[in-house]
Design a protein around this ligand. Sequence first.
Ligand SMILES: [Zn+2]
Length: 417
Amino acid sequence: MIRVAGFLALLIALWSFSSGQQVHYDGYQVWRLTLEKPAQLEEIQSLVRDIWMVRGKTVDVCLSPEEQWALRKAGYTGEVLIKDVGALIRQQQTDFTPQDGNLFTRYLTLDEIYAAMRQLADQNPRLVQMFEIGRSIENRPIYALRLTKDPRRARVYRDRPQVVLNAMQHAREWITPPTLLYLAQRLISEYQTDMRVREYLDRLEIYLVPVVNPDGYVYTHTTQRLWRKNRRYNGRNAWGQPIYGVDLNRNWSYGWGGAGSSGNPSSDTYRGTAPFSEPETYYLSRWMLSLPLLRAHVDVHSYSQLILWPWGFTADLPPFNAVFERVGLAMQAAIFSVHGQNYAAGPIATTIYLASGGMTDWVFGVRGALSFTYELRDTGQYGFLLPPEQILPTCEEVYPAFLELFRWTLRRDWREE
Ligand SMILES: [Zn+2]
């Protein structure tokens, strides 16, 4: 009987291997470790493949059974955040409520996100336009929504300051695209009734790019839920296995190649062979260079509940740090006012860690626009596997933070502060 069961298990393993099906996370756990000295981070990095979050002395890691054993052997004990990663993923894949026309009760596929964007544009031609920014490495379109009054009258308005909000550079951060879809929906539905919204759409150009990394996002649905990078083929490793993926948020040119990025193609923070080596960052940056009045930007990520600003590549404070702080704290208060969630605020390098080649540094450093990175819910209970019940509350609480940024963008040129 045992031999039969073993044979069956082998057959199943062979089948799933040959059909290239889903990567399983059975026996995986997420642990929170507390560093006693900074050098331990390097040791953890050598023992663990998938680091979810680093913040100060706190490190969250997703561990295979072997990695759990290796960490224990090296003397680490962690607080268990997720006891069974495989079970949680399966539960979230099967256990969703029907949609009922509400886009925010479960996580949408790429096609569903694009269909929702298309529908918004088709139904509201006087406020919304949809267009393609460029194509991913697997040739999927990267779409944007342009929200402004009478978008068809001018390719870009030369008297309307521009704001760009984008999400999903990192494939596993599923909570990020819905916040931009929600924003679009709500701006459109409140245009007639909310004086502020009307002013923002009349006087600003608001661009939303909900999925910067469509290949990675599809891959997290079909194959590997916790995939982070794009799907660039990087050649084979020493064992002959193929290596994929560049971390798009280490591939921007400003400060590219510095601390907090990796030159190892197998790393989750692999920066690529050159700045803008990836079509996703190349097209997005080229398009952003074409916007004459780009004033503000948010790159939306998860998780940790943070509002971050430059720099990532150095621990030095950026020019206009006081302005970043004022706007950052105003957004923080706006978020707190909705559901009482605390988001910490500060420069990237000193609030989380050094990270070079990030988008926020490029947008501020090259375009001089006020640029932020959000890290959405939660603070670690579920991490990237945020339950669908929290999609809507997360969208609701960041909505007024985006409005706060619009308000600031219109109020004055912050360089005069
Ligand atoms: Zn991210």
